[in-house]
Design a binder for this molecule. Sequence first.
Ligand code: BJW
Ligand code: ZN
Length: 289
Amino acid sequence: MDDISPFQQALVSSKNVIILAGAGLSAASGIPTYRGLGGLWLNFDETKLAKPEAFKKDPSQVWQFYHPRRQGCLDAQPNAAHRALATFCLPETLSRVAPSLDPKWPAPLLITQNMDALSSRVLSSFSPADKEAAEKCIVEMHGCIFETRCTSCAHVQRAYAPTPSSDALSAAAAAVAPINIPVEQLPRCGGPGCTSNRYGRCGGLLRPNVVWFGEVPMHLGDIAMRMNWCDLLLLVGTSTTVHPAAGFAKTVKQRGGKVAVFNLERNDTVDADFTFVGNCEETLPLALG
Ligand code: BJW
Ligand code: ZN
């Protein structure tokens, strides 16, 4: 691991800090990453499951992919890296470790590519004022597995509970391979567990409110604006293979900013100024402490 003090000096003089988090942030919480050893895409074909065309063709199969993962995320607990990032976002911490933040950007932006909501759930142990302050920092650019979106009326609902109208999906979870669930038995707008009463509970097919390949990530306008001013970008547990997030480090470097990488492995595709190789749940609390 690199010496921490040059990184901490950079933090002290930074005016606009951004953190881009990926699946490695939640690895210690037991949520599998996507690529590499034990990665989700080694066992599942993303082209058949994480594309809008796949959902259109076979929503039953796609729901059977997300249903158990939603339960897995519900069972998982935030780890020391989630806590370190959330604590870093608090005004009290910032005034100590990053006192030069521009009043225009008074707090860091925590952009997570993760859909597991652990960066938000970790805040449940914070005081209401700290929770509110830290919550403002978080942006879930690839959506959230606890949200559903109606494919007809676009109503979005977030619930930390099993998938709505999940009887058929729960039964299917016991099967060895995906089964063919009739589309009317899949989660529906206004059905059990869905509170939508817009458009008279339209009954449309719900989908997980996550960003699939070929779809535009969420909050891109805000992200692009902050990225243009960013002078220190932390890449935490991401392979930087998926665009547009894969290009953020280059944007920051081109504008004279610095990049710090917190990852189990070295990433030669990133021109990093600071590299902390190891488990981020160990390196982040040290570096941001
Ligand atoms: C640890 C650790 C520990 C482990 N401590 N580290 C060619 C060129 C440019 C673009 C494209 C292209 N071909 C196709 C595209 C577009 C495509 C893309 O980028 N594809 C690539 C695969 C090439 N991108 C898109 O389609 C995106 N949309 C888009 O581009 O729209 C166009 C547009 C953009 C901008 C403006 C206007 C229009 C959408 C991408 C959606 C990604 N969706 C997923 C699935 C979410 C739902 C679900 O979960 O099912 O998002 S895919 C998956 O990858 C997930 C992740 O968020 C994302 C990134 O993965 P991440 O987080 O980096 O995880 P891993 O597994 O790759 O890496 C984990 C890392 O952790 C590793 O490095 C480990 O070493 C490390 N690690 N344990 C520290 N304890
Ligand atoms: Zn609807």
